[in-house]
Ligand binder design. Structure first.
Ligand code: ZN
Length: 288
């Protein structure tokens, strides 16, 4: 069985119709709701609760080219080395608290990136790396069924987060977790939209019905200075051309990325929450 088929088999007992919460009946290529008869397509181990076209924008095109050149080194080199943000081991944070091989961990808004073969990937867009294509405000899971939802730089891209948080509330099992990385002081980045930022207090308010068990700043003031400098220089020298801006941004990243390591003394320090480009929060749903 392929990995994607294996993940779908693990998911089947907890999937439900996103429209009416009805149970789903499966054939090889379709899941049909027993209540409202809605039919959802299954292709190559991937299940579609919405049908949306594959998304392409200038930055994605550039990333696609890089992936071709770099192959499997794209994520290790591209994402972790050249990125101007202090490195953060998100998968490591997840595995500290959860065992994705035994528990259902859902990466919401994963984009085209799979960080672990056992973590379920979910996105509104039909990227190769996605297991479940659905609307983030209508999650296709039974109530109290998921061990943890995790997200990385996703919640700022949703215009009305209260809907998504309600869905996390409904679908997470009592005592289950939420691990979320959300930008605070970070330049506007449409992907495809960008709506909000959260302070550490704003994060607490967002998850007000949850118990906060960890909160930290994985990036600090040096990262902040770097991302602002790179954005500023890219705007200045691209003269309004988005294509040129994306390429320039990449060039400045390659030139400047080593400076990010100077953030080492300032990350994971509460006193620097006020200058954090990103903040990470771990919350627990009450009622074990
Ligand atoms: Zn239904």
């Amino acid at each position: 069985m392929s990995d994607s088929n294996y993940r779908l088999e693990r998911l089947k007992p907890i999937l439900a119709c996103p429209a009416c919460q009805g149970n789903l009946l499966y054939t090889l290529d379709t899941a049909t709701c027993q209540l409202c008869q809605a039919a959802y397509s299954i292709q190559h181990g991937k299940i579609y609760f919405v049908s949306v076209p594959e998304r392409v924008d200038e930055l994605d095109k550039l990333k696609g080219l890089l992936k071709k050149w770099l192959g499997r080194y794209y994520y290790t080199i591209g994402r972790n080395v050249i990125a101007p943000t202090y490195p953060f081991n998100f998968r490591g944070k997840i595995c500290q608290r959860l065992d994705p091989a035994r528990q259902i961990v859902v990466d919401v808004g994963c984009g085209n990136h799979r960080m672990d073969e056992n973590i379920i990937t979910l996105d509104f867009f039909d990227y190769d790396a996605v297991d479940v294509v659905c609307d983030l405000g209508m999650l296709p899971f039974k109530s109290d069924s998921v061990d943890a939802f995790v997200s990385r730089s996703v919640l700022e891209h949703i215009s009305d987060n209260s809907l998504v948080i309600q869905q996390f509330n409904r679908c997470t099992r009592p005592g289950g977790l939420g691990l979320h990385l959300i930008p605070f002081l970070f330049p506007f980045h449409a992907s495809p939209h960008d709506f909000q930022r959260y302070t550490h207090k704003g994060q607490e308010a967002l998850f007000k019905e949850w118990e906060v068990i960890e909160q930290t700043n994985p990036t600090g003031p040096v990262t902040l200075a770097l991302v602002c400098l790179i954005e500023f220089l890219s705007i200045l020298f691209s003269f309004g051309q988005e294509k040129i801006k994306a390429s320039l941004s990449l060039i400045f990243c390659v030139l400047l990325f080593p400076l990010k390591f100077l953030d080492f003394p300032f990350v994971n320090r509460r006193s620097f929450f006020s200058l954090a480009p990103t903040l990470f929060i771990v919350v627990r749903k009450s009622g074990v």
